[in-house]
Design a binder for this molecule. Structure first.
Ligand SMILES: N[C@@H](CCC(=O)N[C@@H](CS)C(=O)NCC(=O)O)C(=O)O
Length: 353
């Protein structure tokens, strides 16, 4: 028997939840260490107690989740970034794939995975660390979620530290006084559109989940079920989405067949409406971010929905955009024509033109 896949992460990390749900659905055995992965002194700089298992290597960046893979000699190596890790798991474990077999659908799945990972996450970070009620809950629970046996004094200290650190990092994702409204109203629009889609479909990708479903699920675990403000918005506008998140957490018992993917000629309007939502927010911000990076500007400034958007340049998201274009370039000419036809009018066509 092959040994379980080893990963480390934290319960309140959307990407950790994305990957745990995906491993369950794919029926890949895993060992999960709760903790903050070691890298770049992240744990030390936060004065974190030693949650880590000794001897695990550091990844190049300290992100949750971190996966540890044995190399040919059995030595563990660390890697982060859920999107390529999903593709590695596909290569190493057969069956119950989360990548649609039709390249046209697979491209849409890739785009929506990006939207969740790079845009919905702005809502997660913003809602968690912007309004007092949310800050208070996260500050109190996050330390204990890492270690339920943490001594009260240590927990208190940790609460102060994490609150100070995270509220001071909102600018990294572009949450500020100016962008607050854009982020919050885009979350509500997303909820309504996703809810409408779920009325006729079990998942984004049809009757079986794609990588995008797990990406959306990961962010929604926090937005719908942990942080008070977005949770209340979810219950008010999209109770169906709340219920969906509870379903998607554990799909290890769900059957799936090849016919369960939505067909390229039957892509529902509700999915295209989600792409149009992506075209309204994610697309202008990603393009403006790329422009600012290329021009060496210290600020990204653009318009989203008639409102000014300002944030720090985000080099990682510049790379994400290049990867989207790679995926588009890899399509055959006829598949690319089909994709371009579907994207036409959603605003997403600007990503790949
Ligand atoms: N693109 C990465 C993102 C992972 C990520 O951003 N993780 C967050 C937690 S949700 C993190 O560990 N952040 C540490 C920090 O902000 O310093 C992925 O897909 O896995």
């Amino acid at each position: 028997m092959t040994s379980p896949v080893l990963l480390q992460g934290v319960p309140n990390s959307p990407y950790t939840r994305k990957m745990l749900a995906l491993l369950r659905y794919r029926r890949i055995a895993y060992e999960f260490l709760i903790g903050v992965p070691e890298a770049a002194g992240l744990g030390a700089s936060m004065g974190m107690p030693a949650f880590r298992r000794d001897g695990l290597p550091a990844a190049n960046v300290g992100l949750a989740p971190t996966f540890y893979w044995p190399d040919a000699s059995g030595t563990l190596t660390a890697s982060v970034d859920s999107t390529p890790i999903i593709r590695r798991l596909e290569r190493e474990h057969a069956g119950r794939s989360v990548l649609p077999s039709d390249p046209v659908l697979a491209f849409l799945d890739y785009l929506l995975e990006e939207y969740a990972d790079e845009w919905l996450t702005k809502s997660v970070m913003h809602f968690r660390w912007y309004h007092p009620e949310d800050i208070e809950k996260a500050g109190a629970i996050l330390p204990l979620a890492l270690d339920t046996q943490l001594a009260p004094q240590a927990a208190e200290l940790f609460t102060k530290m994490i609150t100070k650190r995270q509220t001071g990092r909102l600018h990294v994702v572009g949450s500020n006084e100016t962008t607050r409204k854009v982020i919050e109203s885009s979350y509500v629009r997303f909820l309504k559109l996703f809810s409408a889609h779920l009325e006729g479909n079990a998942f984004l990708m049809g009757a079986r989940p794609g990588a995008s479903d797990f990406a959306v699920f990961g962010q929604l675990t926090q937005l719908t079920q942990f942080d008070p403000t977005p949770m209340a918005l979810t219950l008010a506008h999209a109770p169906r989405v709340f219920a969906w998140v509870e379903h998607a957490e554990d799909l290890c018992g769900a059957a799936c067949t090849e016919d369960d993917w939505v067909e390229r000629d039957a892509i529902p309007e509700t999915l295209l409406a989600l792409l149009a939502e992506m075209g309204r927010t994610y697309v202008p911000v990603m393009l403006a971010n790329e422009k600012a990076i290329n021009a060496g500007h210290v600020e990204v400034r653009t318009e989203v929905d008639g409102t000014t958007w300002v944030q720090d340049p985000f080099p990682y998201q510049g790379k994400c955009l290049a990867w989207v274009r790679d995926e588009h370039r890899k399509l055959s000419i006829s598949d690319r024509t089909a994709v371009d036809g579907l994207l036409q009018g959603t605003g997403c066509e600007a990503l790949v033109q």
